[in-house]
Design a protein. Structure first.
Ligand SMILES: NC(=O)c1ccc[n+]([C@@H]2O[C@H](COP(=O)([O-])OP(=O)(O)OC[C@H]3O[C@@H](n4cnc5c(N)ncnc54)[C@H](OP(=O)(O)O)[C@@H]3O)[C@@H](O)[C@H]2O)c1
Length: 330
């Protein structure tokens, strides 16, 4: 796989990043370790986890930690082969300091993540969600402390829009604080609300690392109109993690399936490749349950779809409205 730059960090990452949200359940520890090793052997050098991940057992405020512990075990003898990302902000308990982006919570959770991950340093520390109760400058100063302490190397944001990233860059420049280098957003062929933010990220050295580029498996072609979901699929095992499946969704899925068949590319690979075609994107975070799924994702990095397919995909799944450009007409 040809590596890509992660924004202005200087890091080179594989275009596919291993997501770990299902580590613990339905992917049991031993299988998760095997999948992680297989991913590294296939050329993936980027792993995404979070302090709260614990597979399907997760509920709002549950303590998390399970996925980080598994990743720590998996990387015990191969830590240097990966860029390791984890996150902070989501609730890990009922108390007021058990969530968010205050210095107390960030620095406490960072120490816990380091311990679970069995590492001295996290390459990319990500603020998982915005926290409207904490001034952004407080958060950036806590991040700066962690950088000065050598506990993190770079920081990224998740679930932030372009104006929020802009505020981060502005505060960082004004106060000589760390600059945000990555943006982890929900983005797929089916989900393009933040499409217009991609240009901002590209222009300002922020590598975009979308999550759910397969939309939880919908974009793999395994769900069919009018048929029950396959028994071992997420829609069967954990329906509340899936989108509602209606006729409008199947209209789009069937149109994408037809295009992928025309290109002679399996639908999952086609969907990932069609998303990777956006130049702002550094890496797609893909969740997997089985070895063949990682192999499929890695194969997508080398797939080429005909250039005229991209406008056709835009017609099937239109990007959000953008002001027409009367100056350049582009
Ligand atoms: N920052 C955030 O707020 C946030 C939120 C969500 C996720 N994430 C990150 O993004 C990662 C990916 O999210 P996700 O797992 O929800 O979404 P996803 O990558 O779109 O979907 C992954 C699921 O699709 C199915 N699948 C994958 N490849 C397949 C293939 N080739 N053929 C058939 N089915 C296939 C598998 O489920 P089944 O086999 O069970 O059907 C797999 O668990 C997470 O692990 C996490 O690291 C971040």
């Amino acid at each position: 796989m040809q590596l890509r730059q992660l924004g202005s960090s200087g890091l080179m990452v594989s275009p596919i990043c291993l997501g770990t949200m299902t580590f613990g359940s339905p992917v049991a520890e031993a299988d998760a370790i095997r999948l992680t090793h297989a991913a590294i052997d296939l050329g993936i050098n980027f792993i995404d986890t979070a302090n709260v991940y614990e597979g399907y057992a997760r509920y709002l405020g549950s303590p998390g930690g399970v996925a980080e512990e598994i990743v720590g075990k998996a990387l015990r003898d191969r830590r240097d082969r990966v860029i390791l990302a984890t996150k902070v902000a989501a609730p890990v308990g009922p108390g007021p300091q058990d969530r968010g982006l205050s210095a107390v919570h960030i620095l406490r959770e960072l120490d816990r993540s380091l311990k679970r991950l069995q590492t001295d340093v996290i390459d990319l520390y990500i603020i998982h969600w915005p926290d409207k109760c904490v001034p952004l400058e407080v958060t950036l100063r806590a991040i700066d402390t962690a950088v000065q302490q050598g506990k993190i190397r770079y920081f990224g944001a998740s679930n932030h829009s372009a104006w929020q990233l802009c505020e981060m860059l502005w505060l960082a420049d004004r106060n000589v604080l760390p600059r945000v280098v990555s943006s982890q957003i929900p983005y797929s062929l089916l989900r393009r609300e933040l499409h217009n933010d991609l240009t901002f990220c590209q222009q300002h050295g922020i590598g975009v690392t979308p999550y759910q580029s397969l939309q939880g498996g919908l974009l793999t072609g395994k769900y069919r109109r009018g048929q029950p979901p396959p028994a071992d699929s997420r829609a069967a095992e954990k329906p509340d993690w899936m989108w509602q499946q209606d006729d409008a969704l199947f209209d789009r899925l069937e149109a994408i399936a037809q295009q992928s068949a025309e290109a002679g590319v399996p639908m999952a690979q086609y969907a990932l490749c069609g998303t990777l075609a956006q130049p702002a994107i550094s890496s797609l975070i893909v969740g997997v349950k089985r070895l063949e799924q990682i192999q499929d994702a890695v194969a997508a990095a080398n797939v080429v779809i005909p250039p005229d397919h991209l406008p056709k995909l835009d017609a099937i799944c239109p990007p959000p409205w953008r002001q027409p450009d009367p100056v350049r007409g582009m």
